[in-house]
Design a binder for this molecule. Structure first.
Ligand code: ZN
Length: 139
């Protein structure tokens, strides 16, 4: 049985706009859209820049390093696929390049999580097509 048939959690929608991002994660890179006109990073991908409204963009790799900006612990399984991991932490990470993304923190006890904790991205395979971005403590 492949990973695709075993994975029970929600999966991202991959389309023409988001495909470069997911191709990057499959290669272990945090690949993010950047405005060609003003340099603003766009995450999630967007057809237009929120800052200057330009539709020109390119893709760049980020460091994957950042800090926890906020976090919480889920005690209720809103999706059946998460039941076996209850309770689990959801973190909002601010990358060193300035964008924020939601993810999970792995390998850290909940009581040790704190705002400002240095973290770095790691990639976990969900299906044959999807490699998810997770974070671990960057000591
Ligand atoms: Zn722009």
């Amino acid at each position: 049985m492949s990973a695709a048939t075993n994975y029970a959690k929600p999966l991202p929608a991959i389309n023409a706009l988001t495909a470069p991002h997911w191709e990057g994660t499959r290669a272990g890179r945090l690949h993010v859209q950047k405005c060609k006109a003003c340099g603003t990073l766009r995450y999630p991908p967007n057809p237009w820049c929120a800052k200057c409204r330009s539709d020109g963009s390119e893709w760049v790799d980020l460091s994957g390093k950042g800090k926890i900006w906020s976090w919480c612990v889920f005690h209720r399984p809103y999706f059946k696929g998460f039941e076996s991991e209850m309770p689990y932490a959801v973190v909002l990470v601010e990358l060193d390049e300035g964008i924020r993304l939601y993810s999970n923190l792995v390998g850290v006890r909940h009581e040790d999580i704190h705002i400002g904790m240095r973290v770095r991205a790691e990639f976990q395979r969900a299906t044959d097509e999807v490699m998810l971005i997770k974070f671990k403590e960057d000591k």
